[in-house]
Write a protein that binds this ligand. Structure first.
Ligand code: BYC
Length: 337
């Protein structure tokens, strides 16, 4: 059993945290600790500390909510896609996001929290979802930029989650990441086509990049020094790479893509730092981030209202499925008798 505090390697911004003392039997705690140390997977039937379970339910349910609310900004453009091909691609992408939400709710349910409880958290405004989905999608170029940058940031964050210590989450993320990769590519390809078009189309792409760039950098979460959950989550192998390190990887990967596309990333401080072998970048507006996370972004109220309405409108489907299942059960009981 651990008694010492620890520092997460390679993440100097993270605070040192004392490990929580076990309230369960020392044996169960030691088995859990050994598995984490050996980089093994924790499965639903295994004993786990309450705080580990709570952290997972919080993160996985917020992740699921993000996928479901994330359908709204793009769903808004399905009926206005510029061609049948683009419409088919967008429908497939939005449908994938719905699927991701469902895998993730299922993964969180294995920790003993019901889907109804999680949905109640979302619909009452208690649970968080990604800040990025509280901004409006104003024109078709936003569809390309959401694919390229928002899904690009999501992949950067999610690839390490495929190695998460909780088995059901890690396994769900493998398929999610494969699909996100298609999402990122379709967005980038749509932008490449627009950038070969008219001056007006090129200006639309640049305008969309200007509006989304900083929001995507904030998506990775607060700086490591201000991230209350990171150190413990990394100790448990839930998070594998810190918020700041993922943000840096995203910036480094995106700069050459922007060059190929022919757009300018809206940051005068963005430049290669030979010494660090990374790009330096400017200040993120954390006040705006927290205001959005706390419910005051441009679309928070609209997103939540749309989600709650969709859930209520779907009540008859859930009722019908329940009635059908009861009918089948009655039939089976009759036949068995
Ligand atoms: N937005 O200590 P921290 C997608 C909250 S969807 C809102 O760093 P943690 C897609 C955080 O929850 C992809 N809140 O926390 C879908 C915490 O609040 P609570 C979404 C944020 O958990 C459709 C507080 O700030 N991806 O790909 O260690 C179309 C302190 O933060 C945000 C995931 O959900 C934010 N951006 O790290 C297109 C990935 N950032 O809970 C695309 C899974 C932080 O104490 N999640 N907060 O009230 C994670 O990897 C981690 O939860 C985070 C935050 C990196 C997001």
């Amino acid at each position: 059993m651990y008694t010492q505090s620890f520092n997460v390697p390679d993440s100097p911004g993270l605070k040192s945290v004392p490990l929580a003392p076990s309230t369960e039997s020392a044996e169960s705690q030691a088995r859990f600790d050994n598995k984490i140390d050996a980089d093994g997977k924790i499965e639903p039937q295994d004993w786990m500390p309450d705080a580990y379970r709570k952290t997972l339910v919080r993160q996985i349910s917020q992740h699921a909510h993000s996928e479901i609310v994330g359908m709204l900004p793009e769903g808004n453009w399905i009926s206005r896609a510029p061609s049948l091909k683009r419409k088919a691609i967008l429908i497939a992408k939005v449908q994938d996001e719905g699927g991701h939400g469902l895998y993730l709710y299922s993964a969180a349910e294995t920790l003993g929290t019901s889907r109804d409880q999680m949905l109640e958290g979302l619909h009452s405004g208690k649970a968080k979802y990604s800040s990025i989905f509280n901004y409006p999608t104003l024109n078709w170029a936003d569809m390309g930029v959401v694919g390229w940058l928002v899904d690009g940031a999501a992949i950067m964050n999610q690839i390490p989650l495929c190695r998460c210590s909780y088995g059901p989450y890690a396994r769900a993320m493998i398929r999610v990441c494969k699909e996100e990769s298609f999402h990122q590519r379709q967005g980038y390809e749509a932008l490449l086509v627009m950038m070969q078009g008219t001056a007006e189309q090129k200006a639309m792409v640049q305008d969309a990049v200007n509006r989304w760039w900083w929001k995507c950098l904030a998506m990775f979460g607060p700086p490591d020094a201000d991230s209350p959950h990171s150190a413990q989550a990394m100790r448990w192998g839930i998070k594998r790479i810190s918020n700041d390190d993922l943000r840096q990887k995203f910036v480094d990967a995106t700069v050459p893509q922007a060059k190929v596309l022919g757009v300018t990333l809206p940051d005068p401080d963005l430049k290669w730092n030979e010494e660090r072998q990374h790009h330096d970048y400017g200040q993120i507006d954390w006040d705006e981030f927290w205001s959005t996370v706390n419910g005051n972004g441009p679309c928070n109220k609209e997103r939540l209202a749309t989600r709650v309405k969709a859930h209520n409108d779907g009540q008859w489907v859930r009722n019908a499925a329940l009635a059908y299942s009861r009918k089948q059960q009655t039939q089976a009981t009759k036949e068995a008798a």
